[in-house]
Design a protein around this ligand. Structure first.
Ligand SMILES: [Zn+2]
Length: 758
């Protein structure tokens, strides 16, 4: 065998030497280039690592994919969670001091045991990790410190590249310069992905154990900490055995790091983990009214809360994008004003179409629709529903607040009677001609069934309200003028959806509710509240307060202030007058009053019976119901379906409520006996008398024309004099159905502008 020895080596030829020289030169140039580049990179590195703060944790804490929570008061008047809103990620930020002490320790033990020792980068393991990734040309997992993982979580960059790894190192050095270790760890624990769409330890604690993160023990913390490495493999709900095995490994690491004692270790190992999908699991927190799930359909109320918060944020100067971002990922705390008891009743009535007139149709869009808003008398929206049948999508057509419909006769108290009483144009018993006005050369309007009335017939204002005559409000409109009527409607009662150009000059829109624009159940409830609260208009609100994720109040509706829009006297007279709509023998809402509680309000019907309305108030609540189709089509059901729905809902809402009466809010009103012939205060010579409510500042003079003896005396509910028919008072419990009421009518020779929407 031939041995290789140095003796075999031949000396280099000159040619070879030359080649070697060139090679050495190239190598040297290359080396120097590397040095120069290296120094540059290093310089760059130092300037990034030591430069301006690159990532602002406060910003992320406030706006990065945090879950917004909507609360509602429960029956003990305590706020409980109603629902959660989140965009892509399900995350709740919890401060370190509100976490179980084991949570950060468990993560540090398995993810970055030298976390408190290094300066953001663990050079040894990082270098090792980089080399390994180059050699293996694969995943760069190793060597990621908690700080580096945090950066990955915050920047959301999913790709694993050498360049990104390099940036992570620089960012980590930068962050360590600006933040304490525990601030970084807190951010990390709140942004880490823990399977099941959980971001952060709080949502994980809720999802897997049904607990707050502060309530978890050592065994449970370790169980959550191990999920992060390969979430799908160690997901406690999917793979409890694998999770347990990994948890034991985590506990051994903690013991090794002397974070726990042998005794604590033994106890945690022996502890039996019970996850939320375990049949032995018993929920400790049952106060959650409604558990959020990924596909949860929110109530119409929640829809409206979201819409309102976005609207109000925009009013504060946020863009539409920013407002939406804050709602769905800003971690807001929204304290809604919903009364869940009332809301549940309302939803229960509306979801069951059996509570509506029967229909045989194949297409859902041909089915009856309806909406209802219930408020208290200080602006709080207690409950609302924007559609009939099952709700199938979020932020869908919310008819309660957005379906602008012709109000029909339900507008008359706002445009005609309240202004006329407030301005002392009429009293309760003023006699007004029951005959149409001359409008554009013709007589308009007629009453129910085309009855034109009679130029020699005069009826009291109260009676005209109760049975919803059209002629009388038309006469009153001419007396007060269009401007006054429209001003009350829009400025005092805040109806914003009438059409300014067309409806402000239309007798049809103002006297009979045959408008080009229209109104909503929310606006009607808020406007009619003035007849039950002494004349104050309150802007409706659906939330008390909104806090940002830092706990600062950013929007507020606590202690709303009302605006005195009509006098307390007018309010009270209107309240009494509108009670006769429900209790008068010919009242259009007769039979629809709320059991056991005084009810006031007004009904409405529009041209061709396309819309039915019922506005009704009790000493507790004011509400408005609309009923019809989503498009203009005649309702064929008998009676007033809106009245029936009003009664069905409100009877249930009031079922166990304590007795309550309407307050007067003033002593400047008086109940007086009046002469039914003249509408003036009765003398002992007036043959037919009744009683009504008057503002003490505007009491009629005493009748001097009658010359007979009193033959009859009736109470509040009165007939009109000329026909000689005296109405008998009726009891509220009467179940008689209301007669069909007068429909809105266009003037006989209408201009295009005055034609109600067909
Ligand atoms: Zn008289």
């Amino acid at each position: 065998m031939r041995k290789k020895t140095s003796a075999n080596k031949k000396p280099m030829s000159p040619k070879q030497k030359k080649i070697l020289g060139i090679l050495l030169a190239i190598a040297f140039t290359g080396f120097m280039t590397c040095v120069i580049i290296g120094v540059n990179i290093l310089g760059n590195m130092i300037s990034i690592a030591n430069g301006e703060k690159i990532i602002d944790l406060e910003f992320y804490k406030e706006n990065q994919d945090q879950t917004t929570i909507i609360y509602a008061k429960n029956e003990e008047d305590k706020f409980v969670e109603l629902t959660k809103l989140h965009g892509e990620e399900n995350r709740v930020w919890v401060d370190m001091e509100d976490m179980s002490e084991w949570m950060p320790k468990a993560f540090v033990a398995i993810e970055d045991s030298r976390f408190y020792k290094h300066k953001g980068v663990d050079w040894f393991s990082s270098t090792f990790g980089i080399i390994r990734s180059i050699v293996a040309d694969g995943d760069i997992r190793g060597g990621s410190t908690i700080t580096m993982q945090l950066i990955k979580n915050l920047t959301g960059e999913k790709g694993v590249t050498l360049n990104r790894k390099f940036n992570e190192i620089l960012y980590a050095l930068n962050m360590e310069k600006y933040y304490e270790k525990d601030e970084l760890l807190e951010a990390y624990l709140n942004t880490i992905y823990l399977s099941h769409n959980c971001y952060g330890v709080q949502t994980a604690a809720e999802t897997y154990f049904g607990k707050e993160v502060s309530e978890l023990n050592l065994a449970e913390c370790a169980s959550i900490a191990v999920i992060t490495q390969t979430p799908a493999d160690y997901d406690p709900l999917w793979r409890p055995e694998a999770n347990k095995k990994r948890q034991e490994w985590c506990l051994s690491k903690m013991l090794e790091e002397k974070m726990i004692t042998q005794e604590q270790y033994d106890e945690a190992i022996a502890y039996e983990l019970i996850f939320t999908n375990d049949e032995r699991y018993i929920a400790e927190h049952e106060e959650s009214v409604e558990k959020a799930t990924d596909n949860e359909i929110q109530s119409y109320y929640v829809d409206y809360v979201i819409t309102s918060v976005i609207r109000d944020l925009k009013e504060q100067g946020y863009s539409n994008y920013e407002a939406n971002k804050m709602i769905y990922s800003g971690g807001l705390r929204i304290y809604s004003a919903v009364d869940t008891r009332v809301q549940n009743i309302l939803e229960d009535v509306y979801v069951h179409r059996t509570n509506f007139p029967t229909q045989r149709v194949s297409d859902v869009k041909d089915m009856y629709q309806s909406a209802m808003t219930i408020m208290d008398y200080n602006g709080r929206i207690v409950a609302l529903v924007g559609g009939a049948g099952e709700k199938t999508e979020n932020r869908s057509n919310n008819r309660a607040v957005s379906a602008v419909r012709q109000p029909g006769s339900s507008i008359k108290p706002l445009t005609i009677y309240a202004p006329a009483i407030d301005k002392n144009i009429i009293t309760w018993s003023s006699k007004i001609k029951n005959y149409g006005i001359t409008w554009k050369g013709s007589r308009w309007p007629t009453n129910y069934g085309g009855d034109p009335g009679d130029p020699n017939s005069y009826i009291t204002a109260q009676y005209a309200v109760a049975i919803s005559y059209n002629t009388v409000p038309a006469q009153l409109l001419m007396m007060m003028g269009f401007d006054l009527s429209y001003d009350y409607l829009t400025e005092k009662f805040h109806i914003t959806t009438y059409n300014d150009a067309q409806d402000s000059v239309s007798p049809s829109a103002l006297a009979t509710g045959g408008s080009t624009g229209g109104t909503t159940t929310l606006q009607m409830a808020a406007a009619f509240a003035t007849f039950g609260n002494g004349g104050k208009y309150y802007e409706p609100y659906c939330y008390y307060e909104v806090k940002n994720s830092a706990g600062e109040t950013i929007l507020q509706n606590n202690n709303p202030e009302g605006e005195q829009v009509i006098s307390p006297e007018t309010s009270y007279v209107m309240n009494q007058m509108l009670q006769t709509v429900y209790y008068g023998s010919m009242g259009t809402a007769r039979g629809y009053s709320v059991k056991g509680f005084t009810t006031f309000g007004k009904t409405g019907t529009t041209t061709a019976n396309n819309d039915r309305w019922c506005v009704g108030g009790t000493p507790y609540y004011i509400s408005a119901v609309w009923f019809g189709y989503d498009y203009n089509k005649s309702i064929s059901a008998s009676g007033n379906p809106a009245g029936l729905i009003f009664q069905t809902v409100m009877n249930r809402v009031h079922k166990n409520l304590a007795d309550k009466s309407f307050e007067k809010y003033t002593n400047k009103v008086a109940k007086k006996t009046y002469c039914m012939e003249t509408g003036l205060l009765a003398s002992d010579k007036c043959p037919k008398v009744a009683s009504g409510w008057y503002k003490t500042s505007n009491i009629p003079s005493t009748c001097v024309t009658c010359n007979g003896a009193v033959v009859e005396s009736t109470t509040d509910v009165t007939g009109e004099g000329t026909t000689g028919v005296t109405q008998t008072p009726v009891t509220p419990e009467s179940t008689t159905q209301a007669p069909p009421e007068t429909t809105t009518q266009a003037p006989p020779a209408p201009e295009v502008n005055d034609t109600p929407v067909a």
